[in-house]
Design a protein around this ligand. Structure first.
Ligand code: HEC
Length: 229
């Protein structure tokens, strides 16, 4: 008996360690799936020239040009020193670890709908990409919009934080699609025209706009059949 309990004492921690490791690996795998479902965070990689997720990609808006930030796990210039709560707060509330409001060019207005576990898995995946030491490029924004406390007011008007809520009247398929589109895919962010304050025109949701993130036109993706061709 003594022998077998000694064996158990030896083997059990090992068993749990292996389980923990495989749970971690599962989290990273799920996180990669979530990452792809968001569209691959492409605003954070400079096309052709930039290292994966190291930032620097220009995003044009009527308020100025913003540059995607470094979201690699580099501890000084990326998000490597962020704790789990920091990441969750940034995505859910649009607030930086230092407490600054983010510009809504970071689509937390959609990402706030992402489920808690999906956020944790997404973070687990991001922590596995190659860290890149690259300082964030300062946004080139009109001075009057630079004042971040202004964003507090913007959020009051246009931002409703909170996880996606299932609509029990709709099918599971509809709910999955709604979650993919509203939370992960953040389709509305690019496909909806915005008002003068940069808030989405809700009555025109998904109807397309002439002001895409690279100054291009973004098509209407509502089920409207449009003009006969
Ligand atoms: C970062 C901005 C952005 C996001 C996010 C985005 N789109 Fe788009 N989408 C575009 C742009 C820009 C085009 C036009 C591409 C072109 O003309 O080559 C486009 C084109 C499309 C088209 C083709 C429509 C047509 O009439 O040709 C569809 C369909 C579409 N998007 C659906 C979606 C869906 C669904 C999502 C969310 C899962 C989504 N998009 C998220 C920017 C975006």
């Amino acid at each position: 008996m003594k022998h077998s309990s000694g064996f158990l004492a030896l083997i059990l921690p090992l068993f749990f360690a292996v389980q923990a490791l495989s749970a971690e690996a599962d989290g990273v795998k799920r996180g990669e799936y979530i990452f792809r479902a968001t569209g691959g965070c492409t605003c954070h990689t400079e096309e052709e020239v930039g290292a994966f997720l190291s930032g620097g990609r220009a995003i044009q808006t009527p308020f100025g040009t913003f540059y995607g930030t470094n979201i690699t796990p580099d501890e000084e210039t990326g998000i490597g020193d962020w704790g789990e709560p920091d990441f969750v707060r940034a995505m859910r509330e649009g607030v930086s670890p230092r407490g600054a409001h983010y510009f809504p060019v970071f689509p937390y207005t959609s990402f706030t709908r992402i489920r808690h576990q999906d956020l944790l898995d997404l973070r687990a995946y991001l922590l596995t990409v190659t860290p890149v030491r690259k300082e964030n490029r300062a946004h080139d924004v009109q001075p009057r919009f630079k004042w971040r406390p202004l964003l507090w007011g913007w959020k009051l008007l246009f931002f409703t934080p909170g996880e996606f809520q299932e609509d029990s009247v709709r099918s599971a398929e509809w709910n999955r699609g709604a979650y993919l589109a509203q939370a992960l895919g953040h389709c509305k962010e690019c496909h909806t025209p915005r008002n003068l304050l940069g808030g989405p025109k809700e009555n025109m949701a998904y109807a397309g706009t002439r002001q895409g993130p690279e100054g291009e036109a973004v098509p209407n993706i509502t089920p409207d059949v449009g003009w006969p061709r």
